[in-house]
Design a protein around this ligand. Structure first.
Ligand SMILES: C[S@@+](CC[C@H](N)C(=O)[O-])C[C@H]1O[C@@H](n2cnc3c(N)ncnc32)[C@H](O)[C@@H]1O
Length: 450
C-alpha cells in the first residue's frame, strides 16, 4: 500500500526567488478546490494547469494532486498526529499534505521538498514556521508515524471507513485486492477503430514508434500500453485511428451486438466513448441517438465524433423523462451506461474517495431505477438492452437488475456466458477493479419479450 511514486526524481526548475511560480502552491490550491468546494480533481486541474508553461511543471503538479488524493486518509492521519490543533486554513492544510506526500511517497530530494514547500507559504508568513516544523518533525519520526498509521486498516489502505465496510460487505474475499488496486495508477488502454485498421497493424505502428503494447484476447479492439504516452504521440490519433478507453468500457459494444439498419439509443452518453465505439463497431446503423442530461458534457461527444468522423443524433435530455425528447420510434438496441458511484474507477479518479458520501449510494440507486423504468418502454419487442455501471456495489448492479426483473414481466435476462471476463453474479457480470488490468465495471443484458 506504500508504493514509491513513478514520477521519480524531480529537481524543480523553479527559482526560489520571490514571485516565481511555485508548483507546490499551485497543487495546494487545486487540492483546496477539491477539499473545500467539493470540486472534482479533473475540473480543478483543468482550471489551473493551463497557466503553467512547462509540461514538466504541469506533470509535477498533477503527480502531487493525484498522489495526495490517492493517499489522503493516511496522510491526514499522520498530519493529525503531528499537530496539537487542526489547521483551519485549508490551503495551508493542503500544502501540509503536499509536503508530507513528497517526503513519504516521492523521490524528491527531502531538503528540496521541505524548502520549496515552506517557500509556498510566502503569502501567509504565519504558516512558514508551522509547515517547516511539521515537515521536520515528520522526517524525525517517519517510521514511527507510518507504523502507527498502518496499524489501522482503513488508514493503511487510505479509504474512508464507510467505504471499506461497504466494499467488504459485497466482496469479503476480494476486499483487500480491491483496496490495493484502487491506490494503483491504472494502465493506459486504447480502443483501435476496427472499421479503419486492424489491431495487429496498429500494434505494428506503435512498435515503429517504440511504444510497447499488447492486445487483449477477449476484447478485439483493445490494446494496453506498457507505459502511458501523450495522445499526440499515438500514431493516427488526430485522424481517428485510435481512442483512449479502458478495456472494461470497450465490452459494451460487443454485448449490444448491433446489426446493420438498427436504431440504437445510448442514454447517459457523454463524453461519448461508448457511443463512438458502437458506431465504429457497426458502421451500417440506421441511427444512433445519444442522450445526456448535461449539455456541456454533450459538447465532448460532439468533439469525439468529429475527430472520429462519425455521426449521431445528439439530444440534451433527462433519461427519466423520455416523453420530453423521444420521437416515438422504437429502438432495437439500448445502452444505459448509468450515472453511478464510480467506485470501480477510483484508481483513475482518486478524489472519489474524498467526495463520495455513504448516502449518495441510495440516491444513485433510485436515479438508476427511474432511468431503467423510464427507458424500457422505448425498446422494441425482441430488442436488447445493456445496463452498465462503473461501480462494484451490488446495490447499483445485480440487486438493481433483480428488482427490475421482478417488476417487468416482459423482461428476461440474457446471461453473459460467452466470455472470459468478469465474475458471474446473481444477475449480470461483474469486473473487479484491476482484474486483467481493467476498471471495475458491471454489465447486464436484458431482452424484451416479443
Ligand atoms: C458513466 S457516465 C456515461 C459515460 C459514457 N456512456 C461514455 O461511455 O463516455 C454517466 C452520464 O450520465 C449522465 N446523466 C446523469 N443523470 C442523467 C439523466 N437523468 N439523464 C441523462 N443523462 C444523465 C451524466 O451527465 C454522465 O455523462
Amino acid at each position: 500500500m506504500h508504493s514509491p511514486c513513478p514520477y521519480g526524481e524531480y529537481n524543480s526548475p523553479l527559482k526560489t526567488k520571490r514571485n516565481t511560480l511555485n508548483t507546490r502552491l499551485i497543487a495546494a490550491r487545486v487540492l483546496t478546490r477539491v477539499l473545500q468546494d467539493g470540486q472534482s480533481l479533473t475540473a480543478a486541474l483543468d482550471a489551473n494547469l493551463p497557466a503553467i508553461e512547462l509540461s514538466k511543471d504541469k506533470a509535477f503538479v498533477q503527480a502531487l494532486c493525484y498522489g495526495v488524493c490517492r493517499h489522503y486518509y493516511r496522510l491526514d492521519f499522520i498530519l493529525n498526529e503531528l499537530l496539537a490543533k487542526p489547521i483551519k486554513d485549508l490551503e495551508i492544510k493542503a500544502l501540509a499534505f503536499v509536503g508530507l506526500y513528497q517526503l513519504s511517497y516521492m523521490r524528491v530530494k527531502p531538503h528540496a521538498a521541505v524548502s520549496e514547500t515552506v517557500l509556498a507559504t510566502r503569502k501567509k508568513p504565519w504558516a512558514k514556521g508551522l509547515i517547516n516544523a511539521l515537515l521536520r518533525n515528520y522526517q524525525r519520526d517517519q517510521e514511527g508515524l507510518e507504523k502507527k498509521a498502518d496499524a489501522i486498516n482503513w488508514v493503511a489502505f487510505s479509504h474512508p471507513l464507510w467505504l471499506v465496510e461497504k466494499i467488504e460487505q459485497d466482496w469479503p474475499e476480494q476486499v483487500q485486492e480491491i483496496l490495493l488496486e484502487n491506490n494503483q495508477q491504472p494502465p493506459m488502454s486504447l480502443r483501435v477503430n476496427l472499421s479503419r485498421i486492424s489491431t495487429e497493424l496498429y500494434l505494428q505502428q506503435l512498435s515503429e514508434q517504440a511504444i510497447n503494447a499488447s492486445a487483449v484476447g477477449y476484447c478485439p479492439s483493445a490494446i494496453i500500453l506498457e507505459k502511458p504516452v501523450a495522445v499526440e504521440l499515438l500514431p493516427g490519433f488526430i485522424a481517428g485511428l485510435v481512442s483512449v478507453q479502458d478495456v472494461a468500457a470497450q465490452l459494451a459494444a460487443g454485448l449490444l451486438n448491433v446489426q446493420p439498419d438498427q436504431r440504437v439509443l445510448d442514454v447517459c452518453a457523454a463524453p461519448g466513448g461508448k457511443a463512438a465505439h458502437i458506431l465504429e463497431y457497426q458502421p451500417q446503423l440506421k441511427e444512433l441517438v445519444a442522450v445526456d442530461i448535461d449539455s456541456i458534457r454533450l459538447l465532448r461527444v460532439e468533439d469525439t465524433l468529429q475527430r472520429l468522423k462519425l455521426k449521431a443524433t445528439l439530444i440534451a435530455g433527462d433519461a427519466q423523462s423520455p416523453m420530453d425528447w423521444w420521437d416515438g420510434q422504437f429502438f432495437e438496441r439500448i445502452l444505459i451506461d448509468a450515472p453511478c458511484s464510480a467506485l470501480g474507477v477510483i484508481r483513475r479518479h482518486p478524489d472519489i474517495k474524498l467526495l463520495r458520501r455513504a448516502d449518495d449510494i441510495e440516491a444513485l440507486q433510485a436515479l438508476q431505477q427511474n432511468i431503467l423504468d423510464a427507458i424500457w418502454p422505448l425498446l422494441a419487442p425482441g430488442g436488447l438492452m445493456v445496463y452498465a455501471t462503473c461501480s462494484i456495489l451490488k446495490q447499483e448492479n445485480e440487486q438493481q437488475i433483480a428488482a427490475f426483473l421482478a417488476t417487468h414481466t416482459d423482461a428476461r435476462e440474457v446471461a453473459i456466458e460467452e466470455t472470459a471476463w468478469g465474475i458471474k453474479s446473481g444477475h449480470g457480470r461483474q469486473i473487479i477493479t484491476g482484474t486483467a488490468a481493467m476498471d471495475g465495471f458491471y454489465y447486464a443484458r436484458l431482452v424484451k419479450l416479443a
